[in-house]
Design a protein around this ligand. Structure first.
Ligand code: ST9
Ligand code: ZN
Ligand code: ZN
Length: 333
């Protein structure tokens, strides 16, 4: 385990070259009315997905077999961990290292979630951390909670995002053959892992109707995982605790931790983005941490980065609130 001993602000500056520049960019983005160009293809696809998901929800409650209910839960958990443990903590942040079999496993379960290929996901996410709440943040909360949640996927991206994002070094992502394989085969992979297998497995193994399996385990589950992820962009920048940094928009929130298998400690995560745990919450609220720790026990994961206690305390004292941290950890574990 590697302990990060630098101040959070220094580590933030490592990400965001100049904090004053970011503050100025945030103020600038509040002033201007941004012209949006709606992408109607995405609007129609998301409307169709939500209609399908509502049909799936009805079937899940009233018609599906119990095995199918368990299957939906398992797929949500696996797909989410492919996003949290893979795209997010491993590839976007490099908060730990993983050997080839673990990276293949994470890439495959990431394809269950169908949230763009990992290289694109990580590029947008690095922009989110580096230019949070500015025009170069793909889902800036300055543009409203609906935009932060899902509206950003329904319109063309801001030109500042493309200009600033082009300055990022993504060579580590392009150098990983597992990510290049996913990128080159993305549509077949999501076809198989997000839609085909979730539908066929219930039909072949416990005789579920293909109609119910498709609407519950493919459409409803996909839509549910998307909203759980999007809640980190909206709810986790809106309602909750801020023990580590009072100036940030990010918060720690119990419910997003539960729905997003351990990603709800977002105030902690924005303050210490290189920490593989992404929060101080207990393991039962952080299943992704459990997955990474199991990987380490099996020798598939190494060099997990954590933040030293004295650094966390200094950060809370200077930029957050120690009493709030104590109260939150007492309540949330
Ligand atoms: C989805 C993603 O849902 C969800 C991500 C959530 C992120 C959450 C983050 C916080 C959570 C962390 C914890 C994880 C929790 C997980 C919990 C799990 C329960 N930098 O994009 P294009 C340039 S996906 C630099 O087409 P448009 C670049 O040149 C859902 N450059 O822009 C690019 O070309 P290329 C399914 C950038 O035309 C070119 O612009 N997927 C950047 O404006 C064109 O890019 C969808 O719905 C950048 N950041 O279109 C698809 N970005 O790529 C939705 C772009 O070749 N997306 N460039 O280099 C789209 O249809 C389009 O992207 C668009 C914008 C319409 C939104
Ligand atoms: Zn992050
Ligand atoms: Zn955030």
């Amino acid at each position: 385990m590697t302990q990060i001993k630098v101040d959070a602000l220094i580590s933030k500056q490592f990400l965001a070259a100049d904090l004053n520049e970011i503050r100025a960019m945030q103020e600038e983005s509040k002033k201007k009315q941004i012209q949006v160009e709606i992408v109607w293809r995405n609007v129609l696809l998301f409307v169709a997905l939500h209609i399908g998901a509502l049909i799936g929800l009805y079937q899940l409650i009233f018609q599906a077999k119990w095995d199918t209910v368990g299957w939906v839960f398992l797929l949500h958990t696996l797909g989410s961990m492919g996003v949290t443990g893979g795209a997010h903590r491993l590839w976007a942040h490099r908060s730990y290292k993983a050997r080839f079999p673990m990276r293949v496993f994470l890439m495959l379960i990431n394809s269950i979630a169908f949230q763009n290929d990992i290289i694109e996901w990580a590029r947008d996410h690095r922009c989110h951390h580096k230019w949070t709440d500015t025009d170069a943040d793909p889902h800036s909360t300055n543009r409203g909670m609906f935009f932060a949640h899902m509206g950003w996927l329904l319109v063309k991206k801001h030109k500042q995002l493309k200009i600033q994002g082009a300055k990022l070094d993504l060579s580590d992502l392009y150098a990983d053959p597992v990510l290049m394989f996913q990128r080159q085969n993305y549509l077949p992979l999501v076809g198989i892992f997000c839609f085909a297998l979730p539908t066929f497995i219930p039909v072949f193994f416990w005789g579920e109707s293909a109609f119910i399996a498709f609407y519950t385990a493919a459409l409803f589950r996909y839509c549910f995982t998307l909203h759980a992820t999007w809640c980190i962009n909206s709810v986790s920048h809106w309602v909750g605790w801020q023990p580590y940094d009072h100036q940030a928009s990010s918060v720690d929130n119990l419910w997003t931790s539960v729905a997003a298998v351990g990603e709800g400690g977002h105030n902690y995560h924005h303050t210490f983005p290189q920490d593989y745990r992404t929060s101080e919450h207990a393991e039962f609220l952080n299943w992704t941490r459990v997955l990474i720790d199991v990987g380490a026990t099996l020798g598939l994961v190494y060099d997990r980065k954590t933040t030293a206690e004295e650094v966390i305390q200094r950060q809370c004292k200077n930029y957050g609130c120690e009493a709030e941290r104590a109260k939150m950890l007492q309540k949330l574990g």
